[in-house]
Ligand binder design. Structure first.
Ligand SMILES: [Zn+2]
Length: 422
């Protein structure tokens, strides 16, 4: 057993974000045994040694619902929208991940960046090459992380170096599931990249694999960009909408994560909610590529689950602080004000729930995985001024969201193991 003494940021039983000024968190065999006021916990466990993290704030590791492992070096590539960006930067770069040695080296860099920014769980797209998924899972297993990932399926309308073949792609996906799903804390996501890059047979095959292996996930993109939507409508004229393409093929389901969800209509949103599927909301990516603005008001009305995501390399930062700030700004353009507690929830416990992992990660509470970070609210002079003057929890959170970056994250623990080297 190991204790950590610090201020504590956690969600209570009613999902209210609380700050406990002096807390003790006790970790036992990779899980959180206790997380409460120092005096009470220390009295119950007088023999447990604790490290002193004061004056830092111990907080749940962030959960990112959508990010592309092979796009780390695509970040900051300008383009006239999604489709030219894919063609000119993304596909050529992803082609390099056919090389196992390159993929293995990049998996380490990618995980370093997630962890540097305080992200301990993510839903990750590998490239279409089996080697990239093997490399990502192996690196995640070595670090003891809870990660969900899958090899991209893309047998259509894609350049040769990244296009896969229908039957082989499904055989490879099945082999990856059998090798990695449920190993350590890893999970597999069937990953049809987006409807324009997949044949019906490939998408149907992905849905059949998700049926055959309960507990696996599905992840894809939907309704991100006008040109993309028009293209999908031409490819699938029988579908009522872009989302309906997936629905007809059995891919709209619980444990499925739909990135973007910008241009959905009322019926799509109702269907998303009824199916138990979730949306990954990627505001920095949507702004960078000029895709559009997620409708937070309509999402609340429809009642579907959603979590925040960086969507690197379309997204411009791995930092949850940048993503939360962009979400706030996008919501304001729709005349809606998202509270800082709401933003934080959507990048921790709410994101975990959108993934179906709300009992495992996203909070610091008894029974949860011991995945947490320490935050230094004095990491920069301006942040120290602003956070020091905060008169409420909301003001304090906002100071971090607006002024914070990776410098704020000063410690990381995953599965109860302190991670060094940052
Ligand atoms: Zn994406």
């Amino acid at each position: 057993m190991q204790g950590y003494r610090a201020a504590l940021l956690r969600f209570d039983a009613g999902d209210v974000l609380q700050r406990v000024d002096d807390a003790l968190v006790i970790v036992d065999e990779g899980r959180i045994l206790e997380a409460d006021a120092f005096a009470a916990v220390a009295a119950r466990h007088p023999d447990v040694a604790w490290v002193d993290w004061r004056p830092w704030v111990l907080a749940p590791g962030f959960v990112d619902t959508h990010v592309h492992f092979p796009q780390l070096d695509v970040i900051g590539s300008p383009a006239d929208g999604l489709l030219p960006w894919l063609e000119n930067y993304t596909f050529p770069h992803e082609a390099r991940f056919a090389d196992p040695a390159y993929a293995a080296a990049m998996a380490e860099v990618f995980l370093d960046e997630l962890l540097r920014n305080g992200v301990t769980t993510a839903m990750v797209y590998c490239s279409s090459h089996r080697a990239s998924a093997e490399a990502f899972f192996a690196a995640s297993l070595r670090r003891g992380l809870r990660m969900v990932a899958g090899k991209c399926l893309m047998d259509s309308n894609s350049p040769d170096p990244v296009r896969d073949e229908t039957a082989t792609s499904l055989v490879e996906s099945q082999a990856l599931i059998e090798r990695w799903h449920g190993r350590g804390r890893l999970g597999y996501a069937l990953t049809p990249r987006f409807a324009a890059s997949c044949s019906e047979a490939q998408m149907r095959g992905a849905a059949e694999l998700a049926d055959a292996y309960p507990g696996t996930w599905v992840q894809t993109h939907v309704a991100e960009n006008h040109d993309e939507i028009a293209w999908v409508a031409r490819l699938f004229p029988q579908a009522r909408s872009y989302l309906d393409v997936y629905d007809r093929l059995g891919l709209l389901r619980e444990r499925s994560m739909y990135a973007h969800c910008i241009y959905l209509d009322h019926e799509d949103r109702a269907r998303l909610a009824a199916s138990g599927a979730s949306a990954a909301v990627c505001p920095t990516s949507n702004l960078f590529l000029g895709s559009g603005l997620f409708d937070f008001g309509a999402a609340a009305q429809a009642g579907f689950q959603w979590g925040l995501a960086c969507d690197v390399g379309g997204g411009t930062s791995f930092s949850p602080f940048r993503t939360m700030l962009a979400a706030y700004e996008v919501a304001r353009l729709g005349a809606l004000t998202l509270a800082p507690q709401t933003l934080w929830y959507r990048h921790t416990l709410g994101a975990a729930r959108a993934m179906g992992l709300g009992s495992q990660v996203g909070n610091v509470a008894p029974g949860y995985d011991a995945d947490f970070i320490a935050l230094d609210d004095r990491a920069t002079p301006l942040l120290a001024r602003r956070s020091g003057a905060a008169a409420s929890l909301a003001e304090w959170l906002f100071s971090l969201i607006v002024l914070g970056d990776d410098r704020v994250v000063v410690q990381r623990v995953a599965g109860g193991v302190p991670l060094a080297g940052f």
